[in-house]
Design a binder for this molecule. Structure first.
Ligand code: NAD
Length: 354
């Protein structure tokens, strides 16, 4: 067995249908008096319903969270938190909203309470990202890890089916890369396998009925596990490609993960056979890359970069960017092979097992 180092996450997790009822008690535990409620412009109603549970304890609402945390939005939110004398950032939403809470916590040290409504997993990581002048800077800081996460699957019932599928595959991507991370460990590997299994198993019932609460619970449970993996070990080629494509070509986050994962796994297959076997088993497939591709295909997710707005003329630049400051990866990053990978992803070709 490989030697390893492992630090368990310090976040408190409260999970279950109806667990949002426990929010006031969680504020009490942290000694919070004035929470700043945060959301995106489209989730104001949902955030208000959460705020209504905290009479007299809401400092205000900031409803301008946006993808990739633009610095201007982060500054405005930080100013609002200060002006309103908030003593907690209460993020109700997906990765964009949790990311905004992190931007506040990074400067002020305010505790974050996260109420996730997608499967992106940001609430389970100490990773932050802020975009300035078109460049996203990311880093790790224990201050940005939410102190409490309330996972209530009832709040995910409204997540549109398309985003449900791509967001679940986004979660699977964290776990898949965690299984071949150079700094992985046996506990994280167990979480990764279980996370993939839970997310993949939730998709068929959710495809039939997006309001299936049991399936929503499984998906959110899987998202927590996969997010925990993301926060604990290093990500590789897949996340590098997605950050490059998302950041430089403004492609939608969950969709780009969903399109690229099968191709990244195919690229790494020969260099990480044990991880691939575990991923395939968790998916109930015989091949990891093809299993992911079929999962996306069967549930109506976009399969090609072309379908999500990538310009074909950008593929050369994307390949250049992918080999500059590479993430650690089991197979060396070869520009020509990556250019081929991007071409296949552009057309949405199925990976062919070797
Ligand atoms: P998102 O938070 O941008 O949400 C996408 C859209 O779905 C938004 O309009 C949102 O309002 C809406 N939405 C979310 N939940 C909903 C629900 N239950 N019902 C109806 N509408 C809902 O998307 P995301 O994929 O969750 O997050 C993406 C962002 O998170 C990216 O910027 C990514 O870089 C970041 N991220 C960061 C980490 C990290 O560890 N730092 C991890 C994962 C993602």
């Amino acid at each position: 067995m490989q030697p390893f180092a492992y630090s368990a996450s310090a976040a408190r997790i409260v999970f279950g249908a109806g667990s949002i009822d426990r929010l006031p008690a969680e504020l009490d535990r942290l000694g919070v008096r004035r929470a700043l409620v945060m959301c995106t412009p489209n989730q104001q109603e949902q955030a208000q319903a959460v705020a209504d549970r905290l009479p007299g304890r809401v400092a205000g609402t900031f409803a301008e969270a946006a993808m990739h945390v633009p610095i201007e939005v982060a500054r405005k939110a930080r100013e609002a938190a200060l002006a309103l004398d908030a003593d907690c950032a209460l993020a109700v939403g997906g990765g964009s909203t949790v990311g905004l809470g992190k931007a506040i916590a990074l400067e002020s040290g305010l505790p974050i309470i996260a109420v996730p409504t997608t499967y992106a997993g940001s609430e389970a990581t100490p990773i932050y990202g802020i975009t300035e002048a078109g460049l996203k800077k990311t880093g790790r800081d224990p201050r940005v890890l939410p102190r409490v996460v309330i996972y209530d699957p009832e709040l995910t019932l409204s997540l549109p089916l398309g985003l449900t599928v791509t967001s679940a595959i986004n979660a699977i991507a964290h776990a898949a890369e965690g299984l071949y991370a150079h700094d992985g460990n046996p506990v994280i590997a167990l979480m990764a396998e279980e996370g993939i299994r839970a997310c993949a198993a939730a998709l068929p019932p959710l495809h039939d009925d997006p309001c299936d609460l049991e399936a929503r619970s499984r998906a959110l449970y899987g998202a927590w596990l996969c997010g925990t993996v993301l926060g604990a070990v290093s990500m590789g080629l897949h996340h590098k490609l997605c950050h490059t494509l998302g950041g430089s070509f403004d492609l939608p986050h969950a969709e780009v993960h969903s399109v690229m994962l099968a191709h990244a796994l195919h690229y790494n297959a020969s260099a990480a056979p044990q991880a691939m076997a575990r991923i395939a088993a968790a998916l109930g497939a015989t091949d990891a890359a093809l299993g992911v591709y079929r999962l996306a295909q069967a549930h109506g997710a976009p399969l090609s970069l072309k379908a999500i707005g990538m310009p074909e003329t950008g593929l050369d630049r994307a390949a250049d960017l992918a080999v500059s400051t590479p993430y650690p990866n089991p197979r060396p990053l070869l520009r020509r092979a990556l250019r081929d990978l991007l071409q296949r992803a552009y057309h949405g070709e199925a990976p062919t097992p070797d």
